[in-house]
Design a protein around this ligand. Structure first.
Ligand code: 5GP
Ligand code: ZN
Length: 138
């Protein structure tokens, strides 16, 4: 299933050229045009899924091992010592391309702190109440 208006559908299926590091029948892995660090990759399924909520279970199950494989190759080839996986769902979460993708971002010793937040604080009663709120919808 492809969406004719989706740029990642076109890239994943080879209609638009990209710097491809890996391809199989389900996925294409490309370099991000605006990399957060050298080697920043995007894992793109070849079928169109708007986000993780729309993702097919079988493709989802293959995506994490593929991200690990890419991360290991980055460490061996680029000399990074770690990597972040980032996966945005929804505009408020920073998603700008509405075709499911996983960012795999190499991290280098001494490099910038790229994926971080300031830890907040919540009392245990409030944590329990929030957990109950979410649980009700599962
Ligand atoms: P999002 O913000 O949706 O999680 O991530 C979208 C990512 O896609 C961004 O990091 C952006 O740089 C990248 N991107 C957007 N358009 C293109 C493109 O045409 N080619 C490539 N290689 N990356 C793109
Ligand atoms: Zn698409």
């Amino acid at each position: 299933m492809k969406d004719d208006n989706c740029i990642f559908c076109k890239i994943a299926n080879g209609e638009i050229p990209s710097a491809t590091v890996y391809e199989d029948e389900d996925f294409r892995v490309i370099l991000d045009l605006g990399p957060a660090s050298k080697g920043h990759c995007l894992i793109l399924p070849k079928h169109h899924f708007a986000d993780i909520c729309a993702l097919d279970d079988e493709i989802g199950a293959k995506a994490l091992p593929l991200a690990a494989k890419i991360g290991v190759a980055m460490k061996r080839s680029l000399g990074c010592t770690g990597f972040n996986m980032v996966q945005n769902n929804g505009t408020s979460a920073g998603q700008t391309v509405f075709h499911f993708h996983i960012h795999v971002i190499p991290r280098y010793d001494g490099g910038p702190d790229m994926v971080s937040w300031t830890p907040g604080h919540m009392e245990s009663e409030e944590l329990a109440a929030v957990a109950e709120q979410i649980k009700k919808e599962l």
